[in-house]
Structure formats: structure tokens, C-alpha cells
Design a protein around this ligand. Structure first.
Ligand code: PXG
Length: 293
């Protein structure tokens, strides 16, 4: 039998069945907290520094002060991965506001709750990486920056979940979300790119999106390594429909090609050559020695 998963919670490793949060935790009551999803490849925590920086930024934006230092969280992650005998893993790192009173007041929660889960993750089915994935366009717009900046990776994911339900209802696994001005922003759990006229294009952060770490890796490292220019440029749906290739990026998805958007075939309807090269470059880099910076 598989031994019970060990979870790190507030400084201690405990069996999953003992890892509990209070019913008064504002993470549960109000989605008041922040999180990260992080991959471990061959024992190396991919882009650990970037994930910790993003977590600290998200925490600061909601005025949550982490109990532990980034160094302590790093140790907790390594300890949790190794306690579970994992070499390739998915880490869910969560900081909730903590237990407080009923009522919104966040500063009546004296101590945030810190959780590290190390488990495996189900990627999209392997054959979709070969054939490409069908997606839809959600009717629901991405929440505007002025309301709740999507750059904050908060526990409040209902905007994404409602768009994900639109995707599931349409029998696909991901939905493209537009901002309230009709520009492409991102997907429910992935960032989006297209390839046109030999360039890799992706919407700018100002469109309102999570500043994805895989997205940044494509822009700063993979595109340049392949000698393909990358540009952040505002785009509308027509730009995606007429693109040669469309692909998505995310911690869970890595890089995956899009074959059709809402019944419109993209390019030749498979996975295009640039997307294939990016996937190969990504896999080669994480399997050799995944960067932890
Ligand atoms: N946009 C959103 C809204 C996300 O939640 C991304 C883009 C991609 O960002 P990264 O930093 O991962 O490249 C995300 C991340 C899941 C799952 O289980 C989703 C994410 C990460 C891990 C797991 O669907 N989304």
C-alpha cells in the first residue's frame, strides 16, 4: 500500500489525515490567502526563486505577512518532497490569512496558516501534446485589474473556475479569457501565446493576467534560445484565429499546442513547428538540470 502523504503545515510534517485548517480560517471563509503551484524535476525545484518572489508579492498586495522567511519555506519544500520520496513532484504552497473571527476583518486573524503539499500532478493527457488541444473562448471576462488584479495569485479563483466550467460544458479542458475591453488576457490556469510571421507573440501584462513563470521562461529563455523573436503585444481573438500557431503555458501544462478555438482550426490543426521546438527545448532543460532561479 502507498504510505500516507506527509504534509508540512505550520512547521511540522504530519500525515495527510492530520493536516487540518480551522473552519474559522479566512482562507476557507473568504478565499483570503495566496498560493503557488511549483514543479520539481529530478529533485530540483523549477524556478523556485521566481515562485517565492511571486508569492511574497501576492502576500504583500493583500497585506498578509508570511510567518516564515523564503529560506525557511525553501527548506520546508525540500523536506516535504524528500519525506514523500519524490523526485518529480508538484508542490502546492499555500499561505492563508489564518483563523479569525466571523466577519471580514483580516487583521483579527493573528497568525497565517502555511501549508506545503508535495504530490504528483496529472498533466493534460499525453496525446494532447502530440495532437494539440481544443479550447473555447469563455463568455465570462477576466476580472479587471482595478477590481482584483489577476497578477495576485490569491485563493479566490471563482472567476477562473466559472470559465473552466464553461470549458467543461463545451467538452474541452481550457478556456481563453478576454479582459473587459475584449483583449485576450490568458486562460483559466494557463497563459497564452501565438506564432505569426515567424514571431512569438503574447499579450502584455497590462491586459490583466497572472504573470506566469512558464510564460516568462518562454519570453526570456526558450524563445531566445531558439533564435525566435518574442514580443508582448495586445491581441484580440481575430489575431489568434489567423495565427499560424497558438500554444498555452503553465506549471501544470508546461507548453501545449492549441489545435482549435471554439471549432475554428488553428494553422493546420495540429501542433505547429515552433510550438514543437519550444516543447522540446523546455523538456530538455528541465530534464538536464532544472533552473531554480
Ligand atoms: N494563469 C493562471 C490564472 C494560472 O492559475 C498560469 C496562468 C500559469 O502560470 P505559471 O506560473 O504556472 O506558469 C496559472 C498557473 C491547475 C494548476 O491545477 C494551475 C496553475 C498552476 C498549477 C496548477 O490547474 N496555474
Amino acid at each position: 500500500m502507498k504510505p500516507a502523504l506527509k504534509i508540512w503545515i505550520d512547521g511540522a510534517l504530519v500525515p495527510a489525515s492530520d493536516a487540518k485548517v480551522s473552519v474559522y480560517d479566512h482562507g476557507l471563509l473568504y478565499g483570503d490567502g495566496v498560493f503557488e503551484g511549483i514543479r520539481v524535476y529530478g529533485g530540483r525545484i523549477f524556478k523556485m526563486k521566481s515562485h517565492l518572489e511571486r508569492l511574497w508579492e501576492s502576500a504583500e498586495r493583500i497585506r498578509l505577512k508570511p510567518v516564515y522567511t523564503p529560506g525557511e519555506i525553501e527548506r520546508a519544500m525540500r523536506e516535504t518532497v524528500s519525506a514523500n520520496g519524490l523526485k518529480d513532484a508538484y508542490i502546492r504552497l499555500v499561505i492563508t490569512r489564518g483563523a479569525g473571527t466571523l466577519g471580514l476583518h483580516p487583521f483579527r486573524c493573528p497568525k497565517p496558516c502555511t501549508i506545503v503539499i508535495a504530490d504528483t500532478i496529472q498533466l493534460y493527457p499525453a496525446e494532447l501534446y502530440e495532437r494539440g488541444m481544443r479550447v473555447i473562448v469563455a463568455n465570462r471576462p477576466r476580472i479587471p485589474i482595478a477590481c482584483l488584479d489577476p497578477a495576485i495569485k490569491s485563493l479566490n479563483y471563482l472567476n477562473n473556475i466559472l470559465a473552466k466550467i464553461e470549458a467543461i460544458d463545451a467538452d474541452v479542458l481550457e478556456a481563453i479569457m478576454l479582459n473587459i475591453d475584449g483583449e485576450v488576457s490568458e486562460c483559466t490556469g494557463d497563459n497564452i501565446f501565438c506564432v505569426a510571421k515567424g514571431r512569438i507573440l503574447t499579450p502584455p501584462e497590462s491586459a490583466g493576467m497572472l504573470h506566469g513563470i512558464t510564460r516568462r521562461f518562454v519570453i526570456d529563455t526558450l524563445g531566445p534560445a531558439l533564435g525566435i523573436p518574442v514580443e508582448e503585444r495586445s491581441m484580440r481573438l481575430e489575431d489568434l484565429y489567423s495565427a499560424d500557431e497558438v500554444f498555452l503555458t503553465g506549471t501544470a501544462a508546461e507548453i501545449i499546442g492549441v489545435s482549435a478555438i471554439g471549432g475554428r482550426t488553428i494553422g493546420s490543426g495540429g501542433v505547429g513547428p515552433v510550438t514543437k521546438s519550444l516543447i522540446a527545448e523546455f523538456r530538455s532543460r528541465v530534464s538536464k538540470s532544472a533552473p531554480e532561479d
